[in-house]
Design a protein around this ligand. Structure first.
Ligand code: FCA
Length: 344
């Protein structure tokens, strides 16, 4: 039976290495003086499952986890979990490969209980990254350590960046619409867009000018579809500001504004992530309506969550229940230095 999933990383090929090369590797290891050998446990294997394997944020996160594994001497199997079925087969697949646990950013946080149960059945440890599991009561599921952005604060940074740029451009609040591309089913998303909205209201923006565009997913396509009808529906506004849970979604809104015929100087879009999607936009010859993004280190998210899980497996040290990370505003002017600073 072929158990391999399309997104598995090269680490999953390890068991297929010819026996002699493993013997050579073992011999070489034996020749390394003890002090120089890595402290890792070669028998440890963890999974890293993400909901959107094609997005730059998640590609970087998984890559960073794999690099940490190489440094510390454990294997990381990178897998896609774009829906519940795929997640459950990824867990089965990890178990078949002898993995002791996995990091996951789930495709739907309400699958938390089912995922945690499947892991428990196999005796695997689970930590979440980015999107935290919720229980039937809508509250974070206990017993699963989490690492993610401090959503509300990062949202406020988005709102403040927008308000400052509006002021710099001399826009009048009453002639400006705020397009909030929302995904209220996902707490990660709601916290961020709530924080941004509150910062705008605090800056004097009127609630009536905040227009909701609910997206079905967390990607550019769904944001484009949600945003498109809003510009003509609210054609009375001269200017627009656009925000959402991530930069992929803000980019969908900006593309929709261009299609409607708005020019870059009529739009201020501010995203969240600071991934390849933003770098590509900032590298364009001319500025677009995508003004900036609050960058968070996906490298750190990938490394730290993998490290937490690894320590839990080998040292029996349970990770903190919730680790919150912070962000830095990245614009066309400073993106390269922020990128370097955050090791992206
Ligand atoms: C969520 C979003 C991603 C990223 C991550 C930290 O999963 O969908 O784009 O922002 O949180």
């Amino acid at each position: 039976m072929n158990n391999k999933l399309p997104h598995e990383g090269p680490e999953s090929m390890m068991p297929l290495l010819p026996v002699f090369s493993r013997v050579i590797a073992a011999t070489l290891m034996a020749l390394v003086p003890l002090g120089m050998a890595h402290a890792g446990d070669d028998n440890v294997k963890i999974g890293f499952i993400v909901k959107k394997p094609e997005q730059a944020w998640f590609i970087n996160e998984q890559r960073a986890a794999s690099e940490l594994g190489q440094e510390q001497g454990f294997s990381v199997v990178r897998l896609a979990g774009e829906d519940g079925q795929q997640v459950l087969s990824a867990i089965d697949n990890l178990n078949a490969q002898g993995a002791q646990g996995f990091v996951i950013c789930p495709p739907d946080v309400r699958l938390g209980m089912a995922i945690a149960n499947r892991a428990k059945q196999y005796g695997m440890k689970v930590v979440t990254v980015d999107d935290q599991f919720v229980g039937g009561d809508g509250e974070p599921l206990e017993g699963v350590p989490h690492l993610g952005m401090s959503g509300y604060k990062i949202g406020q940074q988005v709102g403040n960046a927008i308000a400052e740029e509006m002021q710099r451009r001399g826009w009048k609040m009453e002639n400006t619409g705020a397009l909030r591309i929302s995904n209220n089913e996902l707490p990660t998303a709601r916290e961020r867009t709530d924080g941004a909205t509150q910062a705008l209201l605090d800056a004097g923006f009127s609630k009536d000018n905040v227009i909701d565009a609910p997206q079905q997913n967390t990607d550019t396509t769904s944001a484009f579809s949600a945003a498109s009808p809003m510009f003509s529906k609210y054609g009375k506004f001269d200017h627009w500001v656009i925000y959402a849970l991530n930069e992929e979604s803000v980019l969908g809104g900006v593309r929709a504004s261009e299609q409607y015929g708005l020019s870059p100087d009529q739009v201020i879009g501010v995203g969240i992530n600071g991934s390849g999607a933003a770098f590509a936009e900032f590298s364009r010859e001319k500025p677009t309506g995508f003004y900036g993004t609050v960058a968070v280190s996906s490298t750190m998210h990938g490394r730290q969550s993998a490290e937490n899980l690894y320590q839990w497996i080998v040292q029996h040290k349970e990770p903190p229940a919730n680790t919150e990370t912070t962000g830095t505003l990245m614009t066309r002017d400073n993106w390269e230095s922020v990128r370097e600073e955050l090791q992206l």
